[in-house]
Ligand binder design. Structure first.
Ligand code: GLV
Ligand code: MG
Length: 346
């Protein structure tokens, strides 16, 4: 365990000082782009105005013989575009792959000044974060960067879930985490081929009453993991995200999975298909009615203490804090989305 006084020291001479707090940014959807495909790179200028984060994917879904083209394609797309307030991330290959080192070294050296976050797959424990943390500090110093690149871990192995708290507190470079339900299902030996979402057989059966058919109630396969991830993240000031939803033909199920994650504390999800951008925008922007009610609470309790009744519901210091979470998020959304700003009444 590092001494508290050393926690925020740069890990290489000349590297930028770590952030004390993660920069406040709207990250409702992390939109995946396969950067080896020129047609997809050509869509990036248009995407920048539509999404909160553009991510160049170098890992799974990129064929082995296209790994190097994906890396150079990402560098190209980072150079060719001005991302403004839209985040630029890359999902690099995992630590034990033959591609990871070149991914990180080449990207930081060439476009490190534009890169906000590296998404690191298959994180198993704090040691994985420590390694990338040190490497990034060396590369940032070498490239003369003035702003640290953050790390976002994918929670997608049984070992990673077991160690999630140590991963979250491993470094001030941590941005947050995403649930990776596909790899996690495989790692845990779960018997599903779905990428996220529920499963009709994961259900509870109502009691036998003698009245005929017994009802079943589908349960959420991911509840435990999302809850564990949210607690690990929020207790360390990090941001939790739901990851991919693979069935593009079922937008309703995607929306339901995203909404469960939102209600549990997540701030965004991955969009793997253009239709999922709108779903994520809808789900991860707070509901206007909820915002209006939350504003009433804040207005009724200007100093955040005491107890009042609003529309028959008891409010106190704790509900004031709940309301503030919603209003703060609505303000952040409003700062980017003038349409929603108007709906929220800001
Ligand atoms: C994402 O990477 C997943 O494995 O679900
Ligand atoms: Mg994965």
């Amino acid at each position: 365990m590092k001494a508290p006084s050393a926690y925020y020291k740069p890990l290489a001479i000349g590297a930028p000082a770590p952030f004390r707090e993660i920069p406040v940014r709207l990250e409702r959807m992390i939109h995946f782009v396969p950067p080896h495909i020129e047609k997809m790179r050509a869509k990036v200028p248009d995407l920048i105005s539509k999404v909160d984060v553009v991510l160049g994917n170098l890992e799974d879904a990129i064929p082995a013989d296209a790994k190097s083209d994906a890396r150079s394609g990402f560098i190209q797309m980072a150079r060719d575009n001005d991302f403004g307030s839209t985040g630029l991330w890359s999902r690099v290959n995992c630590l034990n792959s033959p591609w990871f080192l070149d991914d990180v070294m080449q990207i930081v050296q060439s476009v490190g000044d534009k890169l906000d976050v590296i998404m690191l797959p298959k994180v198993e424990g704090a040691w994985d974060i420590h390694y990338l943390d040190q490497l990034l500090a060396q590369l940032e110093a070498k490239a003369g960067l003035s702003r640290p690149i953050l790390i976002h871990a994918i929670l997608e192995t049984a070992e990673g879930v077991k160690n999630v708290e140590q991963i979250a507190s491993a470094s001030p470079r941590m941005h947050g985490m995403s649930l990776g339900p596909a790899d996690l299902a495989a790692s845990r030996g779960m018997k599903t081929t779905r990428v996220g979402g529920g499963h009709p057989d994961y259900a509870v059966l109502s009691d036998e009453t003698g009245a005929g058919t017994r009802a079943t109630f589908q349960q959420d396969l991911w509840h435990y993991t999302v809850a564990k991830m949210v607690d690990a993240c929020l207790s360390n000031g990090l941001k939790p995200f739901y990851g991919p939803f693979g069935d593009f033909s079922d937008p309703q199920a995607c929306e339901s999975q995203f909404r469960n994650a939102f209600l549990m504390g997540c701030l965004g999800a991955w969009s793997l298909h253009p239709t999922q951008i709108e779903i994520a925008k809808r789900v991860f922007s707070p509901d206007p009615q909820e915002v209006a009610f939350a504003r009433k609470i804040l207005e009724a309790m200007p100093d955040g203490t005491g107890a009042v009744m609003i529309d028959g519901k008891m409010q106190d210091d704790a509900t004031w804090k709940q309301a503030k979470v919603i209003v703060d998020l609505a303000r952040l959304v409003a700062s980017k989305d003038s349409g929603l700003a108007e709906v929220y009444g800001f």
